[in-house]
Write a protein that binds this ligand. Structure first.
Ligand SMILES: Cc1cc2nc3c(=O)[nH]c(=O)nc-3n(C[C@H](O)[C@H](O)[C@H](O)COP(=O)(O)OP(=O)(O)OC[C@H]3O[C@@H](n4cnc5c(N)ncnc54)[C@H](O)[C@@H]3O)c2cc1C
Length: 417
């Protein structure tokens, strides 16, 4: 009943990332005429980038733990994932002829680790179902008569849409299309927005010393733990950068670090440089007679502390600490590192903020703009890396597509009454 007649206007999707493409698929499979517009020369650019280091598409952990990754938005994401969870996502990928496997960490990858074959197979299926994809077409908002303003090389056109799905992405990696330029377009229509902020991002220190920066910028810190105040330490790896720190362990903690900086102007985390050793063991090792060895040599030979970890110890403590074994042992186990700001949003893996769930109904339709739905990273949720980002984009794209179908259905029923 919601299927399009040849003369009816299309449902318009703006944004050809995973969320927009998934909404397009749901609608096209239901027989609805779909036209998708994207500002870039091709769709799925960030999705392809996500595949560069190994496409981690979802995670195999238990559903309750999975949903908990969305933090304060676990309730809303839990609802979306009820209809399309990690298992269903994997089945959908298999349906495209792409196999998946679960890595040792529980992360799920396509067998060849790549995004391109999946995207190719998906776009083929979408086109076979009649989805028309227009690239290099930028959405500029709405004309006074309600039609969509779309600008391309040939100028601006006004498009009539039965319904619209906005799947415009967050605000990082603008060169791949997700530039956040949609924010004023929605704000001027009265849609409340939460400012976009970096998520899964690096952080800056006030300043590394020139010596430390020269020697260690780019150095990976393996097998280290980071503790936030009042929280158990978390084990992993990070990288020292010219300005501060980045890498998987830092990304995993990025939301609480960012929020602490927002609240207090800075955030002090504690590095455990020897997480496999207890404070008592560290002290005992420091106490071992070192003969004529320098303290640096003693730290290297007795504790295995050298390179960047020894550098951090020197950089983040004062000289007096090195003359007091108890203080030194304490510094090795809980070295305070003060972070003062996030790296710029454009560098982040993802963004927090955007359209709050309070601004959309259960079907992801904007209450301010009936017939306009939102999906993907432009909605206000965040999650760590591990496949949670893409899973939420697919699930919300699907929900928005189903939401449009319900909306068209209801509109037709009202017309026939
Ligand atoms: C380096 C990197 C690695 C990543 N790795 C992973 C990973 O391994 N696993 C994971 O789960 N996630 C990963 N992510 C995150 C994931 O790629 C994103 O969360 C996801 O692509 C967001 O999907 P989306 O559909 O919401 O938006 P996007 O993929 O950003 O797509 C939005 C689209 O909207 C278009 N658009 C924007 N504005 C307009 C406009 N005005 N008019 C027309 N078109 C417009 C853009 O051109 C773009 O094509 C990674 C991200 C990065 C940057």
């Amino acid at each position: 009943m919601t299927a399009s007649s040849p003369s009816s206007p299309p449902v318009v999707i703006i944004g050809g990332g995973p969320a927009g493409l998934m909404a397009a698929e749901v609608l096209a499979l239901a027989g609805v005429k779909v036209e998708l517009f994207d500002a870039m020369p091709s769709v799925g650019r960030k999705f392809l980038l996500a595949g560069v280091g190994g496409m981690n598409i979802t995670h195999a952990e238990a559903k309750s733990a999975f949903v908990g990754r969305y933090g304060p938005r676990a309730g809303e994401l839990g609802e979306l994932l009820r209809d399309f969870d990690a298992e269903q996502l994997r089945a959908w990928i298999h349906g495209l002829g792409i196999d998946t496997f679960v890595g040792t960490s529980g992360r799920v990858f396509p067998t060849d680790m790549k995004a391109a074959p999946l995207l190719r197979a998906w776009l083929k299926r979408l086109r076979e179902h009649g989805v028309v994809i227009h690239t290099r077409q930028r959405w500029l908002g709405w004309h006074a008569d309600g039609r969509l303003r779309i600008a391309g090389a040939d100028g601006e056109q006004l498009i009539d849409a039965r319904a619209t799905v906005l799947a415009l992405g967050g605000g990082s990696w603008a060169r791949l299309g997700s530039d956040g330029a949609w924010q004023p377009l929605l704000a001027e229509r009265g849609v409340p927005l939460v400012p976009l902020q970096p998520s899964n991002c690096g952080f800056e220190v006030a300043a590394w010393s020139a010596v430390f920066q020269d020697k260690f910028a780019g150095a990976p810190v393996k097998s280290c733990a980071i503790a936030l105040p009042g929280q158990p330490p978390r084990l992993g790896e990070f990288v020292v950068t010219a300005h501060g720190v980045e890498g998987s362990l830092v990304y995993a903690l990025s939301a609480p670090i960012r929020e602490a900086i927002n609240a207090h102007g800075n955030a002090t985390v504690h590095l455990d440089l020897l997480p496999q050793k207890t404070p008592e063991q560290v002290l005992a090792l420091l106490h071992k007679p070192r003969g004529s060895k320098s303290l640096s040599n003693h730290l290297r030979s007795a504790l295995g502390l050298d390179g960047v970890r020894a550098g951090l110890l020197r950089e983040l403590t004062d000289a007096a600490t090195f003359t007091n074994e108890a203080k030194l042992a304490q510094a090795i186990k809980a070295l305070p590192l003060t972070l003062v700001r996030t790296r710029p949003l454009d560098e982040a893996i993802s963004s927090a903020g955007g359209v709050p769930f309070e601004a959309v109904d259960k079907r992801l339709m904007l209450t301010q703009l009936p017939g306009v739905f939102c999906a993907g990273e432009m909605l206000d949720w965040e999650a760590p890396t591990g496949g949670y980002l893409l899973t939420a984009c697919f699930a919300s794209g699907r929900a928005a597509g189903l939401g449009v179908l319900a909306w068209l259905n209801r509109a037709e029923m009202e017309l026939s009454c």
